[in-house]
Write a protein of this length. Structure first.
Ligand code: SDX
Length: 438
C-alpha cells in the first residue's frame, strides 16, 4: 500500500532557526479528514526528531478501515456510519465489512458466518489453563493469559506472510473470544463450562455460554441477544486507539497474531481505555445519590484530585461520541424490555451527564460522554458482572484488532515500529568505583 496513492504536489516548508536552513515536506491528503505532513525524511534531512508524547498530532499509519471526525461526532466503518450499522446490520456482518472491506452478499454472509461458527470451540487442553488461576482472578488477567497461549495450540496459522493463515487466525480469534470470556466467568463462579452451539447466533452463543447450566434448558432472550449484538457492533473498531496501536506495534515485529491480540487485551484493560466501562459502574455506585453529584463534579475538576469523571472525555471526540448516543438509546430499550423501571444508576448517569454538560469546565474542554458511559448500565441489567465488562469490550474489539493487524501485515511497505525520544538524562560520565562513592 503506497501511502496516499494519489500524487500530491502540496507541501509544507519550515525554517530551522538554529541553522537558517529551510526544509520542504510533502502534504499528503486522505479521502477524508486532516492531511498529513510526511515527515519520514525529517530526521535524515534536519537531524531533528518530532516530539509528540501521546501521539496527539501524529498519524501512525495509513488505513482504510475506520474514519472518525471528532469535531462532528462521526464514526464510519469502511464508509458506513455507525448509527446505520447499529440499526440495520449485525455483528458478524460488520466483522465481514471490517475484515474484508465490503458488506457481504447473502452467500458471502452465510459462508462467513459458517466459517466463524466452526471455530468457536477451543482446544480441549485450554480448559486446563483456567485451573491455574485463582477463582477471583480478574477476567482480563485470564483473557491475557489464555489468548496469549493460543499460539501454542494453532501452529497451522502462525505464518503471518501467508494470507490464508492470517485469515484462519483472524477467524479463530473472532470466534473463540466469546468462549474464552464466558468460560472466565463460569470459572469465577464455579459453574461448569458451557460449550458453544452451532445453532445459535454469535450474540446468542455468548449469552448461552454465560448463563446456561447443564441442569436445564436455557433460552436466550431475543431482546438481550439483539442488545448484545448491537453493543458488539458499537465496540468493534475505532481507528488507532491505544489497544489497536499496541496490536499494530506488536505485529510490526512479526509476532504471531495470538500474541498481538493478547497485547491488545492488556492495553485495553487500563481504566483510561476499555477499563472505563467497569470504572463507570464503580463511580456511579460510589456517587450513589443525585445529591452527591456536585461533590464528584468538583473532584473531577480539582487538579489536585486524581479523580476523573469515568466515561467522559475522549482524545478524538470533541463532540458527543456517536456510539454513546446509540448506547443510551439501547439502555432505555433494554431496561424497558426487562421491565426495569427507574433503574437508579441510569437516572443517576443521566443527571450526572446533564449537570456536567452544563458545567463550563466540561463545556470548555469539550468533554462529552463516550462509549463507556452507558454500556456498563446495560451490561449490569443483562446480568453481566462488572468484572466482565472490559472482557466483553475485548470480545467485540477483536475484529477491529485483527482487521487492522491484517491491513498492516499486508502492506508491502510495512516495517517494524521503532519510535525515538527526547533524551534529558545524564551526559557522559566515567564509572566511579564503589570505594570512591562516598
Ligand atoms: C475509550 O481512543 C479511543 O478511540 C478509545 C475508545 C475506543 O473505542 O477504542 O473510544 C474507548 O477508551 C473511551 C475513553 C474511556 N476512558 C474514560 O472514560 C476515562 C475518563 N476519560 C479521561 O481519562 C480522558 O478523557 C481520556 C483518557 C479519555 C482522554 O484523555 P486525553 O485526550 O489525553 O485528554 P487530557 O487528559 O489531555 O484532558 C484534557 C483536559 C485536561 O484538563 P486541563 O489539563 O486542560 O485543565 O480535560 C480534562 C483533563 O484534566 N479531562 C477530564 C476528563 N477527561 C479529560 N477531567 C475530568 N474528567 C474527565 N473524564
Amino acid at each position: 500500500m503506497s501511502v496516499n496513492s494519489g500524487a500530491s504536489k502540496e507541501s509544507v516548508t519550515f525554517t530551522d532557526n538554529s541553522t537558517g536552513k529551510s526544509f520542504n515536506f510533502p502534504l499528503l491528503p486522505g479521502t477524508m479528514g486532516p492531511k498529513v505532513i510526511d515527515t519520514r525524511a525529517l530526521y535524515g534531512e534536519t537531524g531533528h526528531f518530532t516530539y509528540d508524547p501521546g501521539y496527539t498530532s501524529t498519524g501512525s499509519c495509513e488505513s482504510k478501515i475506520t474514519f472518525i471526525d471528532g469535531d462532528k461526532g462521526v464514526l464510519l466503518h469502511r464508509g458506513y456510519p455507525i448509527d446505520q450499522l447499529a440499526e440495520h446490520s449485525d455483528h458478524l456482518e460488520v466483522c465481514h465489512l471490517l475484515l474484508k472491506g465490503e458488506l457481504p452478499t447473502a452467500s458471502e454472509k452465510e459462508k462467513f458466518e459458517d466459517g466463524i461458527r466452526r471455530h468457536t470451540m477451543v482446544h480441549e487442553q485450554i480448559n486446563y489453563f483456567y485451573r491455574g488461576f485463582r477463582r477471583d482472578a480478574h477476567p482480563m488477567a485470564v483473557m491475557c493469559g489464555v489468548v496469549g497461549a493460543l499460539s501454542a495450540f494453532y501452529h497451522d496459522s502462525l505464518d503471518i506472510n501467508d494470507p490464508q493463515q492470517r485469515m484462519i487466525a483472524s477467524f479463530r480469534l473472532i470466534a473463540k473470544m466469546p468462549t474464552i470470556a464466558a468460560w472466565a466467568y463460569k470459572y469465577a463462579i464455579g459453574q461448569p463450562f458451557i460449550y458453544p452451539r452451532n445453532d445459535l447466533s454469535f450474540a446468542e452463543n455468548f449469552l448461552h455460554m454465560m448463563f446456561a447450566t447443564p441442569c436445564e434448558p436455557y433460552n436466550v432472550s431475543p431482546v438481550l441477544a439483539k442488545a448484545m449484538d448491537r453493543i458488539l457492533i458499537l465496540h468493534a473498531d475505532h481507528e488507532q486507539n491505544a489497544s489497536t496501536s499496541t496490536v499494530r506495534l506488536a505485529g510490526s515485529s512479526g509476532a504471531n497474531p495470538y500474541a498481538c491480540i493478547a497485547a491488545g487485551i492488556a492495553s485495553l484493560w487500563g481504566p483510561a481505555h476499555g477499563g472505563a466501562n467497569e470504572a463507570v459502574l464503580t463511580m456511579l455506585t460510589q456517587i450513589g445519590r443525585k445529591d452527591r453529584i456536585p461533590e464528584f463534579i468538583a473532584k473531577a475538576k480539582d487538579k489536585n484530585d486524581p479523580f476523573r469523571l469515568m466515561g467522559f472525555g475522549h482524545r478524538v471526540y470533541k463532540n458527543y461520541d456517536p456510539r454513546a448516543t446509540v448506547m443510551q438509546k439501547t439502555c432505555h430499550e433494554v431496561l424497558d424490555d426487562l421491565g426495569v423501571r427507574d433503574e437508579p444508576l441510569l437516572e443517576l448517569a443521566m443527571e450526572l451527564e446533564r449537570i456536567a454538560l452544563e458545567d463550563p469546565y466540561f463545556v470548555e474542554r469539550k468533554l462529552y460522554p463516550n462509549v463507556d458511559f452507558y454500556s456498563g448500565i446495560i451490561f449490569r441489567a443483562m446480568g453481566i458482572p462488572v468484572s466482565l465488562f472490559t472482557a466483553l469490550f475485548a470480545v467485540a474489539r477483536t475484529v477491529g484488532w485483527v482487521s487492522q493487524w491484517n491491513e498492516m501485515i499486508s502492506d508491502p511497505e510495512q516495517k517494524i515500529g521503532r519510535p525515538r525520544q527526547l533524551y534529558t538524562g545524564a551526559t557522559p560520565r566515567d564509572y566511579v568505583p564503589l570505594h570512591a562513592r562516598g
